[in-house]
Design a protein around this ligand. Structure first.
Ligand code: GLC
Length: 672
């Protein structure tokens, strides 16, 4: 059961699709008060209570003990003390003495103090006292976690389902400069027989980093190039950035301005900030007309044969504004004459660092929305069309969500047109808010080639699923920093269970394609396992999407009564049959695994199942050789395996073998 409580006059974030009348009177859990303009909701935490959720955040699956801030950030420094990442997913489940779900529907800054300041208190603070709080109360004692997650999705809508090919392997890198670079990736994978379904095109494909352009010098016959790859089962997936280059004669820029669809400053002129293309403007994605207009632009690439996109820099990232640069230079002026002592040096660096993603810059521009939607967030009187301006900072966390929404809504409309014979497009985004899960997936942004980031990705993926984002994955091998062969192997061995299966790295780092390392056949074997599992993964994904369930989830969701299972932070369930327990420590020969029920341990090696062993419930140290994948099939269940193919289109879904309990039944669900 869902109970809604409305405080003040909230902004309608459009995260919720099931409209619910607000309740009056006492809250079912905790208490709320206004404090210094903010809304503060607190509730006691008891010994043993756990807190699951909050989507893309740092730290474990159980988030209790730390503090997080919903403030979508272009944040490449993902350390344990980082409190804000690219997305804001204000949904959590308190699991313990009193189990319930809480969704804080608020478009700006929200702080979640999960027993950090006081170990026995959960405290949520929204920046102003205008918010909707949704409490989800489980009706049954057992299965409460699944029930709450399902109720939440009924509230916020069904999850996006990508096309099948999006479950294939994707090779990406920031720095593929031209068609020849991409052709080399394609041909090398095919030559080595390593399956591949897509290659991402990073900003380098554009003309001067301009959205919806393809550099003709680098890609002389783009349409034909796309067609050649597609014929061989490889799709190109271009990036689209939020910032649009300010340049006379560039039609996207000129149209955005002439149609008045840009975010504006107080004086009504278009807001400008620097991103990859230099000075740029930003479509006002909160305005439906701007959303639709920007979304229509994807057609330029769809018409060239593109079927998938990734939306980036949509927090939005702001490298600088001219206004702030002036301030920064003037604050740095004094250092020209003053010798730098230790304190001075730190001050210098902190001033210099304030150029990027500056809080004042986010306060300096506005969106146009209907007065009705804006509630107490209106920053101007309604105009003749009953629209008001809303300050960006107050609704900051909705920007990426609406960029993704605009793209998918426009692509859906194009597909509805009978003349467009394309399949469902692939779309995933860096920034998001609850609700964006209806339109696309997310990847977890700019991680590092750190061992700990394998574990982090497991934890983030489980938490993102709770927020409805089923199509997720991390940059395999790590985006920042130089990867190593063993790290990439271990990461691949985990990521092959995640829907988005993409190796991506930053310009300037060590080249990270599987064939850059000794014995690429070890990668081939792992990626072949992924392809064998595609029918299973896709089928389980569909079941989760259609039934409002979780594709990837913590053990607690299926073993609520088992305190040991509920405390596990480094194993997750993938669909209804598999448990993944990756190795994420350098030079480890294996790892400890807890089996909450009897399971079949499967070892995949050299492109086939090398061993299967039934194990009773309990604790194990499991040896996992570097070139093997070890996973677990749950009690009385079996997992279908197809024969690997070079691409998803070529998989034979009929000729299946099975891992696990051969006498068990498996229901394979398929669609288009
Ligand atoms: C951002 C993205 C990254 C991309 C880079 C260049 O850092 O997160 O994935 O490679 O921009 O476009």
């Amino acid at each position: 059961m869902v109970k809604k409580f409305t405080f003040g006059k909230p902004f309608d974030t459009e995260a919720v699709v099931q409209k619910i009348e607000a309740s009056k009177g006492k809250l079912p859990f905790g208490s709320a008060k206004k404090a210094g303009g903010a809304l503060v909701w607190t509730c006691p935490l008891f010994d043993g209570d756990k807190i699951f959720g909050l989507g893309e955040t740092m730290r474990g699956i159980d988030k209790r003990g730390y503090v997080f801030k919903s403030n979508n950030s272009d944040q490449p420094n993902q350390t344990e003390t980082t409190q804000s990442l690219y997305g804001s997913h204000n949904f959590l489940i308190v699991f313990g003495k009193k189990t319930f779900g809480l969704f804080v529907d608020y478009p700006g800054l929200v702080e979640f103090d999960l027993g950090f300041s006081k170990s026995g208190e959960l405290k949520v603070t929204t920046q102003t006292a205008n918010a909707d709080l949704y409490f989800i109360l489980p009706q049954k004692k057992s299965g409460a976690l699944k029930e709450i997650a399902r109720e939440f999705r009924t509230l916020v809508g069904k999850s996006y389902v990508p096309p099948k090919w999006a479950f294939g392997f994707c090779q990406s890198r920031w720095g593929y400069a031209c068609a020849a670079d991409i052709e080399k990736v394609w041909k090398t994978y095919r030559k080595l027989g390593i399956p591949l379904d897509s290659i991402c095109m990073d900003i380098d494909y554009m003309e001067d980093y301009k959205d919806f352009t393809v550099d003709k010098k680098k890609f002389p016959d783009f349409k034909n190039f796309c067609a050649r790859l597609k014929k061989d089962g490889v799709r190109l997936v271009p990036i689209i950035d939020a910032g649009v280059k300010k340049q006379k004669g560039y039609s996207v820029y000129e149209e955005m301005l002439s149609k008045k669809l840009a975010c504006v400053k107080k004086d009504g002129s278009a807001f400008e900030a620097g991103v990859w293309p230099g000075d740029s403007v930003f479509a006002d994605f909160l305005n439906p007309a701007a959303r639709d207009w920007f979304g229509q632009k994807y057609k330029l690439l769809l018409d060239a044969g593109i079927e998938g996109f990734w939306n980036d820099m949509n927090e939005p990232a702001l490298f600088y504004t001219k206004e702030n640069l002036r301030k920064v230079f003037s604050r740095l002026e004094k250092f020209k004459t003053k010798p730098l002592d230790a304190t001075g040096l730190f001050e210098f660096m902190s001033i210099a660092n304030s150029v990027c993603n500056n809080a004042d810059d986010y306060k300096s521009f506005y969106h146009k929305v209907s007065a009705k939607r804006a509630g107490a967030f209106a920053a101007s009187k309604p105009d003749k069309d009953k629209n008001v301006l809303v300050n960006h900072a107050a609704v900051h966390n909705l920007y990426g969500f609406n960029m993704t929404r605009g793209a998918m809504e426009a692509m859906d409309a194009l597909r509805a047109d009978a003349s467009q014979k394309t399949g469902r497009p692939l779309l995933y985004s860096r920034s998001s808010y609850i609700g964006a899960h209806r339109y696309g997936g997310v990847w977890t942004g700019d991680n590092h080639s750190y061992w700990g980031d394998i574990l982090l990705s497991l934890q983030q993926i489980a938490s993102l699923n709770m927020a409805g984002f089923l199509y997720t994955g991390s940059d395999i091998g790590g985006f920042n920093g130089d990867t190593s062969r063993d790290l990439l192997l271990r990461w691949t061995a985990f990521a092959l269970f995640t829907p988005l299966f993409r190796n991506h790295s930053a310009r300037g780092t060590r080249e990270q394609e599987c064939y850059q390392f000794e014995k690429p056949e070890a990668f081939k074997s792992m990626i072949e396992l992924r392809y064998s599992l595609v029918p299973y993964l896709y089928s389980e994904f569909l079941k989760a999407a259609q039934g409002d369930g979780l594709f990837a989830r913590p053990l607690a969701f299926d073993f609520e009564g088992d305190a040991r299972a509920c405390a596990v932070n480094d194993q997750i369930l993938i669909g209804n049959e598999i448990m993944a327990a990756p190795v994420y420590v350098q030079n480890a020969i294996g790892r400890h695994v807890y089996l909450p029920e009897p399971m079949t341990m499967v070892e995949w090696k050299g492109g086939k199942i090398a061993a299967q062993k039934k194990l009773p419930k309990g604790d194990y140290f499991v040896e996992v050789p570097l070139e093997s994948v070890v996973f677990f099939v749950r009690n009385k269940k079996k997992v279908p395996l197809a024969r690997p193919a070079q691409c998803v289109d070529k998989l034979d879904w009929k000729r299946l073998s099975f891992a696990g309990d051969q006498s068990a039944a498996y229901e394979l669900v398929d669609c288009d």
